[in-house]
Write a protein that binds this ligand. Structure first.
Ligand SMILES: [Zn+2]
Ligand SMILES: [Zn+2]
Ligand SMILES: [Zn+2]
Length: 328
């Protein structure tokens, strides 16, 4: 085997080995230790498989240049694995820019949830709830199998292709089993909720449409993974960041409005203007994570108070409107 074929073999085979291992970890009964390896190996498989087309295109793309000199290592160091590699976020960006391969938002969110789990695992020794890891890993794997079929195969040697196809068939089979378990559990939650199921939103922890707002208690929790948030503001912030990808810091830094706003109904800072309910996943609405109110129309108040208003006729909140009236 030439050095190149050897390299080829080890990288792609490692990626597939990780996938097979993740499926073993996710197949019940799932012990705490399995959850940990599911997180670590899904992450490792994603790194290896997503970076492979980039490496084939130009290996320099996946190398982080030396901080001081800005120089990229030589090819020998690269093949020995003696280099610092780019993160997954950067790899996803480069796949789009260099090869026009797009990673869907749903998969990106699942990948980022697992990255968070991995960081927690590394720093705090915890990997999050088994349910949340299982749903996120299943979503990432589902994406990876499509990615392998639609994109990775174009960058493989014939020998590799045969191997990958065999492994893929077995991973797909086991993944179906895990997806069925998840779907069965979701179906039960939906049926328990009855008509309320449509008012659920995507949970930032597990990615299932099972995050519910309890307007009486003013709290939010997920019926699937049992994640709970201590305040409605926290729940709103986590939803905006984990599901919509909106960071309060980034938004405000650029002079924009924060992703969580004051609710015109209950006046707490718990409103996310562009949320999506399970009943209409492509129709953004304003959703308050405290009082549970859903707003189909919201406008920035023109009175200058910095809040949103439901009054689309005057574009002014009742307070600013009153202040105006008093002046006359
Ligand atoms: Zn959840
Ligand atoms: Zn409210
Ligand atoms: Zn106002």
């Amino acid at each position: 085997m030439s050095q190149d074929q050897d390299f080829h073999f080890s990288v792609v085979h490692n990626g597939m080995d990780y996938l097979v291992n993740v499926m073993e970890c996710l197949t019940p009964p799932v012990a705490t230790r399995d959850t940990k390896y599911a997180v670590l190996h899904t992450q490792a498989a994603t790194e290896v498989l997503l970076k492979w087309p980039l490496i084939q295109h130009d290996w320099r793309l996946v190398v982080v240049p030396d901080e001081k000199t800005g120089v990229i290592c030589d090819e020998d160091s690269f093949r020995r694995g003696d280099f610092r590699s780019i993160g997954l976020g950067q790899a996803i960006k480069l796949l789009d820019e260099e090869l026009d391969i797009k990673v869907p938002g749903r998969a990106k969110r699942a990948i980022s949830r697992l990255s968070n789990s991995r960081n927690r695992l590394q720093h705090l020794g915890m990997s999050g709830s088994t349910d949340a890891v299982q749903t996120s890993a299943a979503k990432v794997l589902d994406f990876l199998l499509d990615f392998i079929r639609d994109h990775l195969r174009d960058y493989l040697d014939p020998d590799d292709t045969a191997h990958v196809d065999r492994e893929m068939a077995s991973v797909r089979e086991r993944l179906k089993g895990v997806q069925t378990l998840i779907e069965t559990r979701m179906a039960r939650i939906r049926s328990d909720l009855g008509s309320a199921a449509g008012w659920a939103v995507e949970c930032p922890e597990c990615g299932q449409d099972a995050m519910m707002i309890n307007e009486d208690a003013g709290t939010a929790s997920c019926l699937y993974c049992h994640a709970a948030w201590s305040t409605p503001g926290d729940a709103a912030g986590e939803y905006a960041w984990g599901v919509l990808g909106l960071s309060a810091y980034e938004q405000v830094k650029d002079g924009g409005m924060p992703p969580v706003r004051n609710c015109p109904e209950c006046e707490t800072d718990s409103l996310v203007p562009g949320a999506f309910l399970a009943r209409a996943k492509d129709l953004p609405v304003g959703l308050c994570f405290s009082c549970g109110e859903v707003f189909s129309k919201l406008a920035e108040c023109e009175g200058g108070c910095g809040n949103l208003t439901t009054d689309t006729e005057f574009d002014m909140c009742p307070y600013c409107f009153e202040v105006r009236l008093d002046r006359f």
